[in-house]
Design a protein. Structure first.
Length: 172
């Protein structure tokens, strides 16, 4: 599928992305500082929507690494140089995106729209008792998304389930 040029790169990228999500949130350019990035992305992480952002060539590889750390296993659509001679629209797992960029230096050139699809449509699994203990300890010390990411790596529990539980613990 090749989208027709539209009013903005955002509309063109969404048209060509083939998303699982029914809705999306446009985040623009993410801030350079980690704390500000997290403040913008973490509240949306558990919602069933795609996240769409613009990124500069010199930051794109680091950004996809950071997105994988924060969001976990998701699909990513890289829309590069839309409506231009070197247009690229690539669908790949977010975990493989940094390597994909490093395999060809030309992939890091141009204007980027990154579309991170929503997580799996299935309801999140329950967290194990071990994951629950870790979440209780960590949610008091760090943001829920970071605690969920750490616990998912330590226990193998689904990140989305850990995040949902971390949010509930934080509110309690």
């Amino acid at each position: 599928m090749v989208p027709i040029p539209g009013a903005s790169a955002l509309a063109t990228a969404i048209a060509g992305a083939g998303l699982r999500a029914e809705t999306f949130a446009f985040l623009g350019f993410l801030p350079a500082q980690d704390k500000a990035r997290r403040a913008r992305v973490e509240p949306l992480a558990a919602l069933p929507l795609a996240l769409v952002l613009y990124e500069a060539p010199h930051r794109v590889r680091a950004t996809v690494e950071w997105l994988h750390e924060v969001l976990g296993e998701r699909d990513l659509v890289v829309a590069r140089e839309l409506t231009k001679a070197f247009e690229t629209i690539a669908l790949l797992p977010l975990r493989d995106a940094a390597r994909w960029f490093s395999e060809d230096p030309n992939r890091e050139r141009g204007e980027f729209v990154l579309v991170v699809d929503s997580g799996e449509a299935a309801a999140p699994a329950e967290v194990t008792p071990e994951a629950e203990r870790w979440l209780r300890a960590l949610v008091a010390e760090m943001p829920p998304a970071r605690a969920a990411s750490v616990v998912a790596k330590l226990t193998g529990a689904p990140r989305e389930a850990c995040y949902a539980r971390a949010l509930a613990l934080k509110e309690a």
